[in-house]
Design a binder for this molecule. Sequence first.
Ligand code: NDP
Ligand code: OXD
Length: 308
Amino acid sequence: MSTLLIKSGGAAGFVEWQRHFAELAPGLTTLFWDDATDADYALVWDPEPGRLAAMPSLRCIFGAGAGVDGITRDPDWPRHIPLVRMTPAGAAQRMAEYVGWAALHLIRGGRRMALQQARAAWEDFEHPSAPDIRVGIMGLGVMGARVAQVLRAMGFPVMGWSRSAKGMPGIAEFHGDAGLAAMLAQTDMLICLLPATAATRRILSAPLLAQLPRSAMLINAARGWHQELPDILAALDSGQLSQAVLDVFDPEPLPAESPAWAHPKLTVTPHVASLPSRRERAAFVAQQIAVLESGGTPAPLYDPEHGY
Ligand code: NDP
Ligand code: OXD
């Protein structure tokens, strides 16, 4: 009988995980992180450094999210053990719904209307329509590819930047530093869906924002790692950015004293862009364990060479 050690959602979350795994993988024994030190599998978001390396029986690590930076920032995480990124089908769909909402919120002036409502002010204003707004997506991976399809279906002209070519119908693709510069120069709404790697740290900072057309809009649903928040606030104040929606911050939670909370051109959401239910995530893990135990390779795997 295989064992799965879980650190995601604390003791209350564990009770729910246990219920789902009992139905979805009856042969699997689930263990709470605080009660055991070894298992065949681990399902974790941000394990204490060194804990995974000290598990002699460990055969596979499951990230509790699609981004596994909370695991790989442990200098001792066991790189020889497969690390599976949490990507049930519902994850990309939820991300596309979030970004679709954020894109409409931006073009329809959602933040402005919320502020007007707070002072009972009935003030109408003109707004652009999706075909007027050229979208540039940084990252066309599991999340970015679905977002690109959905925004295109909503009527936005969509461009995307990635390391490798995708051949996505109707999406203009860009690669490399020159490709990024070319995309930024024609991007009215920039969306960040990059992984947290050495190459992408603080990429959303003043030099990049200056390459966008004036009054561009920004959505970051990837990681706080990608953004230099003071530069984004300064760009909003100067008019280089007209509005932004940020779902992620560094640190999280966003400190109560951050000027981001009250900025009139910024919408803050609390890292909720894509959170598949525990049931969906348990089903994904159960399915991947079945693949492993029948001699297959789980997917998608974190690639230590690329860092995502
Ligand atoms: P993937 O690893 O599937 O995709 C990453 C994309 O970025 C790929 O297209 C990759 O190119 C591209 N990329 C990586 N490095 C570079 C580079 N240096 N230059 C150009 N392109 C690059 O990631 P996901 O789609 O699963 O996740 C995207 C982000 O969203 C992550 O940061 C993740 O943590 C975050 N996330 C946030 C959530 C939230 O609720 N806020 C929920 C889920 C994810 P290529 O395809 O060529 O490899
Ligand atoms: C994830 C997240 O990476 O929720 O899945 O941020």
